[in-house]
Design a binder for this molecule. Structure first.
Ligand code: CP
Length: 310
């Protein structure tokens, strides 16, 4: 690839710390890598001298595989760590775990951790570049980047576009990263869900708040539908999944009432029949699998640009 313009940061800890220029640079770079991924030979030598550790302290399917593929497509050396089968189970701390891995000459760390801010803590103690692959209910920056990249592909420049985020906003790291990313790209953002699943002061971030699903679908160009995160709910926020599906789930009947075709997205994993029905998830409105496809190119771009800061 041509000479690299630099990101303004050596880590991707959250969208909050990326400028609009950083995001545009990531998207331009991702576009080039997307072309590479459509060639018969999908590999480039860009990160041949770099070793990356993928540290997953929480479950993942898409993000873990997407990062690993991105790293291998860039010719990096890759090591994978899963907390459930590690010495974390014997009481080893996060910093000891990471320092032991780094002493084996690892250059970059991709980490998912249940504690919000775990990546910040690490960034103050280690030299390696860090990419946040999800920290608790805080941020999931590469998900937001691939979401916005996919939205741009579907509806063009996001300036002035209406993007509605539906569902469990309270427990979602994807929601916060999406809000920061979409606002930096000039989109108008609305969140929609039951009052118990929307943080009280979220309006202070400059987003609209609605509890009316049909009105929000009529308002938006793109509907990003989020999962009900039962595993993060210590108390009952909704009476039942059945009731949630009835009042807040996105189904075909709702889409058929619109006088325009909107784009439907979901970061996964999907609770089919709860926040989204199969006839929406698998419909012509849906770009859910394009999101997953774009994730590899976007993560290649993030890793490539971070490596250039070394
Ligand atoms: N979207 C997402 O983060 O999915 P995984 O939890 O499977 O990585």
């Amino acid at each position: 690839m041509a000479t690299v313009q630099q990101l303004t940061t050596k880590h991707v800890l959250g969208i909050k710390y990326l400028s609009p220029e950083d995001i545009h640079l990531i998207f331009e770079t991702a576009q080039t890598f997307k072309e590479v991924l459509n060639r018969p030979v999908k590999k480039v030598p860009s990160l041949r001298d770099i070793t990356i550790a993928n540290l997953f302290f929480e479950n993942s399917t898409r993000t873990r595989i997407s990062f690993e593929l991105a790293e291998k497509r860039l010719s990096a050396d890759v090591v994978n760590f899963s907390a459930s089968s590690s010495s974390v189970k014997k009481g080893e701390t996060l910093l000891d775990t990471v320092n032991n891995i780094l002493s084996m000459k690892v250059d970059m760390v991709v980490m998912r951790h249940p504690a919000p801010g775990a990546h910040h803590f690490l960034s103050q103690h280690i030299d390696a570049n860090i990419v946040n692959a999800g920290d608790g209910t805080h941020e999931h920056p590469t998900q937001a980047l691939l979401d916005a990249f996919s939205m741009q592909e579907a509806v063009g420049d996001l300036t002035g576009k209406n993007i509605a985020i539906f569902g469990d906003i309270l427990h979602s790291r994807v929601a916060l990263s999406n809000i920061f990313c979409l606002q930096r790209l000039g989109a108008k953002v609305r969140v929609c869900g039951p009052p118990t699943l929307i943080p009280k002061h979220i309006g202070q971030l400059g987003v609209e708040v609605s509890h009316d699903v049909l009105d929000s679908l009529r308002w938006c160009d793109v509907a990003n539908i989020l999962r009900i995160q039962l595993e993060r709910q210590d108390i009952k926020y909704i009476p039942s999944l059945r009731e949630y599906a009835q009042y807040f789930g996105i189904n075909r009947k709702l889409l058929d009432q619109l006088d325009k075709k909107i784009v439907v997205m979901h970061p996964g994993p999907i609770n089919r029949g709860v926040e989204i029905t199969s006839d929406v998830a698998d419909s012509e409105h849906s770009i859910i699998l394009q999101q997953v496809e774009n994730g590899v190119a976007v993560r290649m771009a993030v890793l490539y640009l971070l490596a250039a800061t070394r």
